[in-house]
Design a protein around this ligand. Sequence first.
Ligand code: BES
Ligand code: MN
Ligand code: ZN
Length: 497
Amino acid sequence: MTDRLKIGFTPLNRVRGVLVTFCNEALKFGPATQKALAPIGDLPRRAAAADRFTGKIATALTVIAPPTLATPRLVVIGTGKERDLRDHDLARLGGVVMGGVPATAGEVTVLAEFASGSLKAEQIAQMALGARLRAYRFDRYKTKRKEGDERAEKVELNFACPNPAAAERAWRRVESIADGVVMARDLVNEPANVLYPAEFARRASGLRKLGVAVEVLDITAMRKLGMGALLGVGQGSGHESKLVIMRWNGGKRGANPVAFVGKGVCFDTGGISIKPAAGMEDMKGDMAGAACVVGLMHTLAARKARVNAVGAIGLVENMPGGRAQRPGDIVTSMSGQTIEVINTDAEGRLVLADVLHYVNHRFKPKFMINLATLTGAIMVALGQEYAGLFSNDDKLVERLEKAGKATRERVWPMPLGPEYDKMIDSKFADMKNSAGRWAGSITAAQFLQRFVGKTPWAHLDIAGTALGSPQTDINKSWSSGWGVRLLDQLVADYYER
Ligand code: BES
Ligand code: MN
Ligand code: ZN
């Protein structure tokens, strides 16, 4: 879904096609840009005045066919005050670059310097990341192209800078991040008739070509392991449940891995506790946690991260039917703990219960982070800006918050505690899977905590951030691919040798 954009790096003196430049709030250009724009004199200033363009960050001014300049179109992008621009600001500006050039642009040259000076290779790579994510669209199922759209498939974005080789090297690493995000977005956007558990497992198996060890467990294997909680959710579906384990060993031999666990409900009808029809189509995205884990494992392997990492995803489809589980059913999880299923629509926690226990038991990870579109209640609490963060480990919270600020995939700490834990005690079993509406996101997290032992653990409730995402400068897609950049940053900052 991404080949409409080709990214390259060129020396400053090689300007071709549409020209993109940057200026600050004083409408000041960098030295190379000043030189390139010298032939048009005060045209940019006059155009800015006519268009009320003030150089505010992430705004754009377009001048068509400026006389005496070879370019068919000059795009000037505001960088604001240019103080303390962070990586995510650079990515955002890259998104604005991509948004500022027309679909028919063909070749584009971005003069990659600011008024305050030239950009580091890493900053240019972040800009390219933003452009790439902005260019993403999911059009696999559009059979009719709009007129003039052919060429939209082929924009060539060349970043002109003093050291293109260094920028190219930085981009090779960052491109792995872009690829991981795109992979996650694609998986989430796919409809559930295409992406059912076996097909999801097949796509995850594609990571083998990057050197990731991938195991796919079927229901027979899961039965042997005693995964009654996960299997109960999938038993009403014609599609067999799967458990996929991915391992990337780029760290010290034998060192305990870090572990990422994803909720992979390929479609969530609610089961017998069926959901209302309105908006139910969005539940094709109830596997966004699993998609993030696969995208992240792709990124870590593609950039050869110096870490041992495990990714595990529980893949099921939650359907009503003659074999579906009923409210009141009691299932036994792999941990031995029993669960009364009060509401078959609280299925994500049942899937995660077995996967978390399995990963903890088998791999003794340094930490486990799970991602799940777990509760509608998290959107009531936080909307779509922050993912809910629940954890038994302050250090992990702090690190995730830092990585969140750096990538702008932000997390907000939510409480856990024995009073909430008590709410999921059951009359008939060790616990129940739903405690009603109050503190809905917290009681879901308490449920998960009963399956992680003493291992440092964090649960990210991404129901608000991963689907139906607010449009940003770096995402125009229904699915955001949320979490790949966050967790890659976490690993890079704290867990690589
Ligand atoms: N997949 C849903 C949560 C969800 C809702 C994700 C909207 C994304 C958008 C989850 O399985 C669910 O149904 N949760 C219930 C739990 C309740 C039955 C205790 C919910 O949030 O209503
Ligand atoms: Mn549900
Ligand atoms: Zn669900």
